[in-house]
Design a protein around this ligand. Structure first.
Ligand code: GMT
Length: 382
């Protein structure tokens, strides 16, 4: 197939899923065309089946808000026409689904039928559910998609709950992990450098947005550290990082926390870690937690959103209510204080991560593409 993928080319979240999916499809022999405003971060190598088409938004003094959605729709029209794509797959509804709808209508005037699939990732639904600004457009463009997927069952139910007028079937295709890349690596020297006295290593990765509750991570760690000699690695960057750094100083634990900023080789950091913390306010799936589990790291998370579908309470780690810093700290101590117990959690985390291996999820996307191509109806033109 010739597949167009539209995504945000950023660190973390939907952009990573879209890029990893595109790479895997290209490995399977499909031709994959990324259409976005920057080279996706994990697309930094050559493959004969991978193409990148930049969307450039012209600046004009009149445009206080340059119309990215129009530039994107125009680029989609251009790429579909000239590369003869079979299907478009847009990741994150806003504004990609409505841009795809517009491109589809324009292409129909050239006699070209292009079906499009929208994958819902999380904040495109959960934030908009609380903010009516984009609601009519998101509702319309979900309903007009030829196929819709969500990354967890919980996100599917949230979509119906927040968008009462969405009347489409939504196929759950969960996020995935490439276990060939994300696996435990022997990085003993790195571990020794971070924890020279054999301290336990806790880790958190995110974009430090409010929804991640990163200050809870610091608070949980401060409590754990009172009972277990330990270190905390904070990976990523974002608006709440300065607040976390200040909190670490105020709580007197800053000497045991390393803020590492954005990192490419996350799997190397995970490989030296004993426990992953994800106390998010909301999380449609929690890809970062799956990355940790694939590296044999158990998870303490909140029970928000789709996290219970990933983190099995008492098996791969523990789930607590959002904001329950004491509960999360207690469970962390329970896991870390006994080496055999910790190892059992580690094994279970890896075992469960294997069920999300790319090899299980990729065929679900390929089958869905074929289903949608076979069943989608061309736009009626006058
Ligand atoms: O939260 C992020 O890191 C970005 C965000 C996005 O939409 O790009 O991530 C969402 O999509 C990820 C990939 O499907 C999910 O694993 C995250 O759980 C989800 N984030 C939230 O729901 C807050």
């Amino acid at each position: 197939m010739k597949i167009g993928i539209v995504c945000y080319p950023t660190f973390g979240g939907s952009g990573v899923v879209a890029t990893e999916l595109g790479k895997a499809l290209a490995d399977r022999g499909h031709q994959v065309h990324f259409i976005t405003y920057n080279q996706p971060v994990r697309l930094d190598f050559f493959s004969e089946n991978l193409f990148y088409h930049e969307v450039s938004v012209s600046k004009y003094p009149l445009f206080e808000f340059p119309p990215y959605e129009l530039a994107l729709a125009s680029r989609m029209v251009d790429v579909v026409r000239f590369e003869k794509l079979d299907i478009l797959h847009v990741h994150y509804a806003i504004p990609h689904a409505s841009a795809a709808y517009m491109a589809k209508q324009i292409l129909a005037t050239y006699g070209i039928h292009i079906p499009f699939i929208t994958t819902l990732h999380g904040t495109d639904i959960t934030l908009v559910g609380n903010d009516r600004t984009y609601k009519p457009v998101v509702t319309f463009s979900i309903n007009q998609s030829d196929g819709v997927t969500s990354v967890s069952e919980h996100l599917k139910q949230d979509t119906y709950r927040f968008f009462e007028e969405v009347n489409r079937d939504i196929r759950v295709i969960t996020n995935f992990i490439d276990l060939k890349r994300f696996s435990h690596q022997p990085k003993g020297h790195f571990k020794k450098a971070i924890a020279p006295e054999g301290e336990k290593i806790l880790v958190h990765t995110s974009n430090f947005r409010r929804v991640k509750r990163t200050s809870d991570v610091v608070r949980i760690f401060a409590k754990v550290q009172e009972q277990i000699p330990s270190k905390l690695l904070m990976v990523g960057d974002g608006q709440d990082r300065p607040e976390c750094e200040q909190l670490a100083r105020d709580l007197g634990v800053s000497q045991n926390i390393r803020f590492l900023g954005k990192q490419d080789a996350v799997e190397e950091i995970m490989s030296v870690s004993d426990l992953f913390l994800m106390p998010s306010q909301s999380e449609s799936f929690g890809l970062a937690a799956l990355e940790a589990m694939a590296c044999r790291v158990p998870v303490i998370s909140s029970n928000a959103g789709g996290l219970p579908e990933l983190n099995v309470d008492g098996v791969t780690g523990y789930l607590c209510d959002v904001g329950d810093v004491d509960g999360m700290a207690q469970r962390a101590v329970y896991m870390l204080e006994d080496e055999d117990r910790l190892n059992t959690f580690k094994e279970e985390a890896l075992k469960h991560a294997r069920t999300f291996d790319l090899s299980n999820i990729l065929p679900q996307y390929e089958n869905f593409y074929q289903e949608v191509i076979a069943n989608s109806k061309p736009v009626k033109t006058a």
